[in-house]
Unconditional design. Sequence first.
Length: 272
Amino acid sequence: MTAVATAPDVAVRPRPVRKTRRLRWQRIVSPVAILLVWEALSRGGVLAPDKLPAPSTVLRTGWRLTADGTLGAHLLDSLTRAGIGLVIGGVLALALGATAGLLRLGDDAIDPPVQMARMLPHLALVPLLIIWVGIGESMKITLVALGVFFPLYFNTYAGIRDIDERLVEAARTCGLGTWARLRHVILPGALPSLFLGLRLAIGAAWLSLVVGEQTNTQNGIGFLMMEAREFSQTDVVVLGLFVYAALGLLSDLLLRAAERRALAWRRGLRAA
């Protein structure tokens, strides 16, 4: 009898698949192209300088206002208003949204009046806010807080209610207490909606700030634009719009970076 030697099974390890990271510089191609076309049309005389100045003119104006400290002082005032309003509106939205989403009594008491109030455009409440809180800083901060509140509240509420109830029951069966379930099940499940609500809330905050700073203000980017309008300084007005757009883009980029870090466990659909 001859023994036949068989080769041992060798486990074949799959070759790692390299993920091709999309070049992020591709995202700035279209904005740069728009600026170049804008500059060319302005230099060619198609766009009147008093109606829409060239980007180079706006850039020189921004450099001049930055050098003398004017732009920095107004920018700091605008950031302070937006930050205070974001904190006030965000804390209220998170507290009320979580209460309505987690408790039946909170849902019955909080959600109906909020649903009624959301039908009112908060920017149309400016005359009423002037009567209630005056035309000072309180009105502008309140306007920003109102703009922040509704998108963050509804996404907090929806994020909690969209969690699969079977996951909560499984956690309870495994012996997790109330706070452990909130930390390990409800919070991770609601985080995607919370980040979405926060991104919408920050956009609404800048929009509300634009309107608020154009009402009896002595500082801020909105005041700088209104003052420039009185003297037909179109380049300063366009510069103010650029500043608002840059602030919105920067805040969104920072929030997206925080979202990727906090939701590293999630694998969503990527653009092809």
